[in-house]
Write a protein that binds this ligand. Structure first.
Ligand SMILES: [Zn+2]
Length: 475
């Protein structure tokens, strides 16, 4: 137990810091957490986290973290008071979320790129989560701050967030062999609730290579592929996908809205008993990937809500009233500009770019232009994944623009693309003059002669993509 006086002084200091940050001084948002951490010391975080009687839930994964967090907050907030934070990649941000709120459950997004720049095992030890949620794991930035970040280490860092858990529940996407394996490895120690699809008529329309078995390294066999590496998989070694606890059992995709039926049979941690439910929701046609975010949030909500009797009604209440504003800034969406459809937003890993392409594909009914923003140097693996997406969409015209810093590397990527496709253009727009880059990208989309335009690839999600979206949509 940390000295009580120091603990209280730290909380008081953090409170003042939160007043200061409201006034807009300094780097604002995470200041209260930072002050607490500095004054009380990091071990005091344990006491702070334990002020929540149920405990904190951490959400991690490559894609879908922010959306899942947003949906989960909406769901749990209907039933109980919670503490929360978004897009938090640091312990200070989580600490700030704990300090600023009240309630016995905490919902915190936690992104981890690698072991050096994240401290997943320390976060686990100090925050002592009762829930760790894995959305999906795929390769993303193969380089972080100039250091190579191999996929194995990236997966290890994600695993460390739950590896020492001795209580609580791991919530995991069972259709993703990587996230499923992390949960399989922990099922002797804690409860595991899986979510996934259980319908036959969803099949990935794009070809993709099967990943290796996380247990033995051989290529996985798939009897059905839903989306990229997510599907029904098995391996000679015995590793195979399990039946999900929360699953999509019905889907009716209409042009303006979708009906989704979700069934659950799972362990509720807060009441220490099993629960089951079945509910049909009506949602905007929000893209296939958001079905996974919906399942992740519903599964986590049903695992932790103190009010079991509310489950079906709360799910209906939240999802039947959902509009597209739940999508985080900079993320992909399709907008109608006069008589053309423009799909635009961040896609800086292969999985995200493909999800964007699938989303756009719902609208495409004629010649397509692809405005592609490239990765940086040392990000050839991301480019390979992007190139697959471009090939699958097979656009009639491709415009290549640097998405990150290196113009030379963008030119190299362009050369590869122009060997594969006839109708291509390159605009060497600089990173330093971001305003000009954004202006040109907006112009390209606005003045395009094509009825269907997709603009995606690399680029900072808020700095670049949200800016472009605002400029395009407001005019
Ligand atoms: Zn295997």
């Amino acid at each position: 137990m940390v000295n009580k006086l120091r603990f209280n002084i730290a909380k008081f200091g953090a409170k003042i810091a939160s007043q200061v940050s409201k006034l807009g001084f300094g780097s604002g948002n995470n200041l209260p957490g930072y002050v607490f951490y500095k004054v009380a010391g990091k071990e005091a975080l344990k006491d702070l986290a334990h002020e929540m009687n149920v405990g904190p839930i951490l959400i991690t994964g490559t894609n879908g973290k922010t959306t899942t967090t947003t949906l989960l907050i909406k769901l749990l907030s209907c039933d109980t008071e919670i503490r929360k934070s978004f897009e938090s990649n640091t312990i200070h941000a989580i600490t700030t979320g704990i300090l600023k709120g009240s309630g016995d459950i905490g919902v915190f997004e936690y992104g981890i790129r690698n072991k050096i720049y994240g401290i997943p095992d320390t976060v686990q030890r100090l925050i002592d989560p009762v829930g760790v949620v894995y959305t999906t794991i795929s390769r993303e930035h193969s380089q972080v701050a100039g250091v190579k970040n191999p996929f194995d280490e990236y997966v290890d860092a994600k695993s460390l967030l739950s590896q020492a858990m001795a209580r609580g529940v791991i919530i995991s996407n069972v259709d993703d062999p990587v996230t499923a394996n992390i949960a399989f490895n922990k099922q002797e120690d804690v409860h595991v609730n899986f979510y996934g699809l259980a319908i036959d008529d969803i099949n990935d329309i794009f070809e993709s290579e099967s990943p290796d078995c996380p247990k033995c390294g051989k290529k996985l066999e798939y009897s059905q592929k839903f989306l990229n590496h997510r599907g029904i998989y098995s391996c000679e070694c015995g590793f195979k996908r399990r039946e999900p606890n929360v699953k999509l059992t019905g889907a009716h995709f209409k042009p303006d809205n979708w009906d989704l039926t979700i069934e659950g049979n799972l362990y509720n941690y807060t009441n220490n008993r099993d629960v089951s439910f079945k509910v049909t929701i009506n949602v905007p046609p929000f893209g296939f990937h958001n079905i996974y975010n919906t399942l992740a949030s519903v599964c986590t909500y049903a695992t932790f809500t103190p009010k079991i009797a509310n489950i079906e009604n709360t799910i209906k209440e939240v999802f039947n009233n959902l509009d597209m504003s739940f999508i985080p800034p900079g993320r992909f969406e399709v907008v109608k500009l006069n008589d053309k459809y423009v799909g635009l937003g961040q896609g800086d890993n292969g999985d995200a770019a493909k999800i964007n392409a699938l989303f756009m594909n719902q609208y495409i009914d004629g010649p397509l232009e692809f405005i592609y923003t490239t990765p940086d140097e040392h990000e050839e693996e991301i480019f390979e994944d992007h190139l697959e997406v471009i090939k699958n969409l097979n656009p009639d015209h491709i415009i290549v623009v640097p998405g990150r810093k290196s113009i030379e590397k963008a030119q190299d990527y362009y050369s590869i693309i122009s060997e594969e496709f006839d109708n291509t253009d390159f605009y060497p727009l600089s990173y330093e003059k971001m305003d000009e880059r954004i202006k040109k990208l907006v112009d390209l989309a606005k003045t395009s002669d094509y009825g269907y335009v997709i603009m995606t690839g690399c680029g900072e999600e808020q700095e670049m993509w949200e800016n472009i979206k605002q400029k395009l949509i407001n005019k």
